[in-house]
Design a protein around this ligand. Structure first.
Ligand code: PEP
Ligand code: MG
Length: 830
């Protein structure tokens, strides 16, 4: 008897469906379930191994029918299939039928001893009685404005007008292919408006390269046993706008629609001052070099290619799950298209053919992806042309598996203005300011890590411009003004000249400020303020000192851990920290322990996905949960502190217990380095906490006895105080560190610190904002650490401040109703 497997994201749902089906089919029908995940905190999801085990339990020589709920259930089932012995695979059928009605129909049919095909056919038709009862089907066709045309012989066709904003681009094309492929029918598509086709509807590349734009009329023809069902399903899909939201899905989630100014220029958040004009550069997968070698026997080369494709599919499915969790299903949709590329005959067929002719797997694959990339690039439509990057990226992922080398980080193809959806911290940190003249991103807010790093690198940047940015063609001239937030495509000579002149003025001012930066910063009434640099690597320290840094007030050590596949060990870390300390020539070096999690994941740390990663295992929480990560770092820091003035601080502390645990780990590390024969740290080693969580600010008096200093991370403190995701451009307008709530938290920290005779610094982006300098000094802050280009300007602002007047200003600011009122108060004082 055919076995049945029910795969669902939910344990309860899978069990419930199985129970219902057993009731109909009888207790001896073999129904197994793979529902939910075995993770107490993340019960919802699917797992390929669980599916594989369920199939094994349901195994019978007559075959196994697998029914799945949505999304990753299908992928997990596909992956499970790949894991099962090859000889079993032919007898396992992943069925597109509806989960509940399908399982019930399948159980009834299986009980009759029917074949796998018959059971599957019944499962597929499981909705028929419901449709007939409710009289739907015709209604959907009418809504889609579909005009059925004559069906001759076995072939039938429909015509419809595509209304999607970008036509049948990768995502809707992928849906069409999925729907067409789920029927036992041959399906073709023609673009009647452009006179292209027919294209095989089982190939996303073939469909999407028909160049179907909004308003184009297409014909979908089908033949075979399920031709009419296939056309009905396509009709229903078209009625649903090919499953695209009416608003572009990415706009609905995290990326704002492109905002245009009065003269057609684009607007985003200005996050790093300065201006640049240059050709648009998108991030491109860095081509991996192909080794010279003789091809092995074609079957070996072919199975190497198949394995690499399988491995890349697993990676992409994992990326999709991660993005889906972070940003929603619509955002993750592009990965669906990537997965389809990897089962597309248009791509895989020529690669296999070349292998058969004697090519190595890597050469065959590269030639096939190059050919397809060129086909996409030759399309008229700008938006579709940009999809060539997707093919390129997927191609490189497979190649990396074939060659057994890690994927090189994507880079722009040449000097110019970098356009990207968003940049990971590792991508931003790896940018060369001599090549990247400016940055514009579709997503992100002012305190996203892209913004923070662009400021440190001194690259003019505008973020949160909107998704349509991605369709800007490579090489288009782009002018970016990181001070106003304006981005102009193909700027007139007048605009380009104006921006270049503004940039020259700004550089001259920066040079002036830099000259003044060399002197210490003392207020009018004689209070010394330490003005330091935020860095992510020892190489940045020379520039920090050139800007006048009194030391490093925040070394984001996580950049040493990012973009690599293994953790740096204790010796490597000690060498890097010592290099930084030496570059500082006796000035203080403040090392923050690893601050990862949330938007800074590490590939080699297996962290279960989190629904709210900014509220999850991040910062010190991760360090305490993973002593194998924190302990070697603490030992490396203490070894550096043996010969240099080092300060160490813990990120994202929320409770005194976390601080006590972190201090205990530090004490333990000290014992260990002494036992290993290293010198003890100097007496002046200072230990502090970052104040980034409101609870830490409000309980600073409780924390104070256990620290030497506090450093306020206004980026996160603002995020947590105002409940605004720092990476989400749509709420970026709310994320103003000058909000009185944030100022009161800073004030509370300073008051508690002063009572315990501890000093307070600020290392969030607010420290580099000269408008805030008097306010922060008035609140009691005595150390400011910032991207180094700001140092000269802030030192100038410190020298213009009287602390006694600043205290009164701070009191008035804290009493303001909102951030706008604080800003206008500060503007009045200027
Ligand atoms: C902050 O949160 O203000 C901070 C300095 O830390 P990061 O920006 O690295 O999270
Ligand atoms: Mg922070």
């Amino acid at each position: 008897m055919v076995g049945i497997v029910v795969v669902s994201h939910s344990f309860g749902l899978a069990e419930g469906v199985a129970e219902l089906a057993r009731q109909m089919g009888g207790p001896d029908v073999r129904i197994e379930t793979a529902g939910g995940l075995d993770l107490p905190d993340h019960p919802i999801g699917t797992d390929a191994v669980m599916v594989m085990e369920a199939v094994e339990r349901a195994w019978s020589t007559e075959g196994v029918l697998v029914l799945m709920d949505l999304g990753s259930a299908v992928l997990s089932a596909e992956m499970a299939l790949e894991m099962l012995p090859e000889e079993h695979r032919a007898n396992i059928l992943l069925c597109e039928g509806p989960l509940i009605e399908g399982a019930v129909a399948a159980a009834v049919t299986a009980k009759l001893g029917s074949s796998l095909e018959a059971v599957a056919a019944e499962a597929r038709g499981g909705l028929a009685s419901k449709l007939a009862h409710l009289g739907v089907g015709g209604a959907a066709a009418a809504a889609a404005a579909v005009e059925p045309t004559t069906a001759s012989g076995e072939e039938a066709s429909i015509q419809l007008v595509v209304e999607n904003e970008h036509g049948l681009h990768a995502r809707p094309a992928a849906r069409l292919v999925q729907v067409a492929s789920s029927h036992d029918a041959k399906v073709w598509v023609r673009n009647l408006t452009a006179g292209r086709g027919p294209a095989d509807a089982h190939s996303v590349n073939a469909v999407a390269t028909l160049g179907v734009r909004r308003g184009h009329r297409i014909e979908v023809a089908a033949s075979g046993p399920q031709a009419s069902q296939a056309l009905e399903a396509v009709t229903a899909l078209a009625a649903r706008n090919f499953d695209e939201a009416a608003v572009a899905p990415s706009d609905a989630v995290a990326v704002p629609t492109m905002v245009r100014g009065a003269n057609g220029e684009l607007r985003g958040f200005p996050v790093s001052p300065g201006a640049a004009v240059g050709p648009a550069r998108h991030l491109r997968a860095t081509p991996l070099p192909l080794p010279r070698r003789d091809a092995g026997p074609p079957p070996d080369e072919r199975s190497a290619l198949d394995r690499a494709i399988g491995a890349a599919r697993v990676d992409i499915a994992a990326q999709r799950e991660a993005v889906e969790r972070r940003a929603g299903t619509a955002e993750a949709g592009i990965f669906e298209a990537h997965l389809l590329f990897l089962q597309d005959d248009e791509l895989i067929g020529p690669a296999r053919e070349a292998i058969q002719q004697g090519a190595t797997a890597e050469h065959a694959w590269t030639a096939a992806t190059d050919r397809l990339t060129a086909a996409w690039e030759a399309l008229d439509d700008e938006y579709l042309r940009a999809r060539a990057d997707d093919v390129r990226s997927v191609g490189q992922q497979v190649l990396a598996h074939l060659l057994g080398t890690p994927l090189a980080p994507p880079r722009p193809a040449g000097s110019g203005v970098l356009l990207a959806r968003d940049l990971t911290p590792a991508e931003t940190a790896g940018l060369d300011p001599d090549v990247v003249l400016g940055i514009v991103t579709a997503a992100g807010g002012p305190t996203s890590h892209t913004a923070v790093l662009a400021r440190s690198l001194g690259i003019p940047a505008v973020v949160g411009v909107g998704a349509a940015l991605l369709a800007v063609e490579e090489g288009t001239s782009v002018a970016v003004d990181g001070t106003s937030g304006e981005v102009t495509l193909a700027p007139s000579d007048e605009v380009a000249t104006r921006l270049r002149a503004a940039e020259r003025r700004r550089r001259a001012e920066t040079d002036d400020a830099r000259r003044e930066g060399a002197q210490p910063a003392t207020t009018v009434d004689g209070v010394m303020v330490e003005v330091s640099a935020n860095v992510g690597a020892p190489e940045e320290i020379a520039q920090a000192l050139a800007n006048g840094a009194d030391g490093v007030g925040l070394f984001r050590t996580e950049f040493l851990f990012m973009g690599r596949d293994r953790m740096p060990d204790e010796d490597e870390q000690a060498a890097v920290y010592t290099r930084a300390a030496e570059a500082l020539e006796g000035r203080p070096l403040l090392l923050r322990t690893l601050d990862v999690g949330a938007d800074k994941p590490l590939p080699f740390l297996a962290q279960p996905p989190e629904d709210n990663p900014f509220l999850g295992v991040r910062g010190i929480r991760l360090g305490l949960a993973m002593p194998a990560v924190l302990d070697p770092q603490l030992r490396a820091i203490l070894r550096t502190a043996a010969a240099h003035p080092v300060r160490v601080m813990f990120p994202m502390v929320a409770t005194v217990q976390e601080l006590l645990d972190a201090r205990a780990a530090l004490d333990h590390a000290r014992v260990e380095i002494l036992a290993a024969g290293h010198a003890p740290p100097r007496e002046d080693l200072a230990v502090g906490v970052m104040v980034e969580v409101p609870s830490a600010a409000l309980t600073a008096a409780t924390l104070a006895p256990f620290v030497d200093f506090f450093s306020i991370g206004t980026n996160d403190l603002t995020q947590y105080a105002l409940a605004v995701d720092r990476g989400n451009g749509r709420v970026a307008g709310l994320a103003d560190a000058l909000h009185p709530a944030v100022l009161r938290l800073i004030g509370a920290t300073c008051d508690a610190a002063a009572a315990a005779d501890r000093w307070v610094g600020v290392c969030g982006e607010l420290a580099g904002d000269t408008a805030a300098t008097p306010l922060l000094l008035g609140l009691g802050v005595r150390e400011l650490s910032m991207p180094s280009p700001a140092i000269g300007f802030v030192k100038r602002a410190v020298r213009a401040t009287r602390v006694d007047e600043a205290r009164a200003l701070a009191a008035r600011a804290m009493a303001c109703p909102d951030a706008a009122a604080v800003r206008s108060l500060l503007a009045d004082q200027a």
